[in-house]
Design a protein around this ligand. Sequence first.
Ligand SMILES: *[C@@H]1O[C@H](CO)[C@@H](O)[C@H](O)[C@H]1NC(C)=O
Length: 214
Amino acid sequence: MKLTSALTVLASLSTASALRQKYCAKIDPETASGAKGYFTTTYSSNNEATFSLSLDMSDFTGEADSCTIENGLVYHVHSFWNNETVSSSANSFCGASYTGGHYDPSLACSSASEDAKDKCAAIGRTADQGYEYPCNSDDFGDGHLASCELGDLSGKFGELKGGDRYFYTSHKDTLAPFVANYKETDDNANMWSSVVFHCKDDASRLVCADLVEC
Ligand SMILES: *[C@@H]1O[C@H](CO)[C@@H](O)[C@H](O)[C@H]1NC(C)=O
C-alpha cells in the first residue's frame, strides 16, 4: 500500500514536470485555395514529439499542369510565417519570402535548407560542391538521424500517398524540431514557424500554414 502510493506520487510528479508543448496548424479552404486540414505536433521533451496531420485536397484548385496531386506530397517544417492576416495559404503565398526554407539546425543541407546559402556552403554541403543530401526514410528509420534536416518530415518518415487526394499520417519523431527554436533563433539554429506541403512531382509549394501554440 505504502509503495503503491509512493509510486502514484512519483508518477504524478513526473507527469507534472513532463513537457506538454503542443503546436497546431489549421489549413482553411478560404485562404488555402480549397485545401482543408490540420497538422498537430505534441512534445514530450525538447526534441521528442508525435505529430499527426490530415489534408483533404479534393477541392484544391492551385496545382500546376506539372503536378498530379494523386502522385503524392512532400512536407516540411519551415522557418518563417510572414503573413499576419491569414494562418494558411497556397501557392505563391507559401513562397520563400513567406515561409523561408527548411528548418535545419543540424546542417543536413538539402538544397532547400534555410542554411543552404551560408552555413551549408561553408561546410561544403551544397550540390555545387558535390554534396548529395543523404536523407531517406529507410536510413532515418534505421537510426541515421543526422542524415535528414529536422524539418524534413517526409524525408524522415516518407512522402504522403493519397490516390484520392486525401492525405493523413501520424509519426513519433525522436529528433523533432527543438521546442527552444519555435519562432526563436539562437546562436546555432534558425527558428521554425510553419508547415509547407509540396507537390511530389514538381516540388512546387501547394499549401502552407502557421504553427501556433494550442
Ligand atoms: C497573405 O496570404 C493571403 C492568401 O492566403 C493573401 O491573399 C494576402 O495577400 C497575403 N498577405 C500579404 C501581406 O502578402
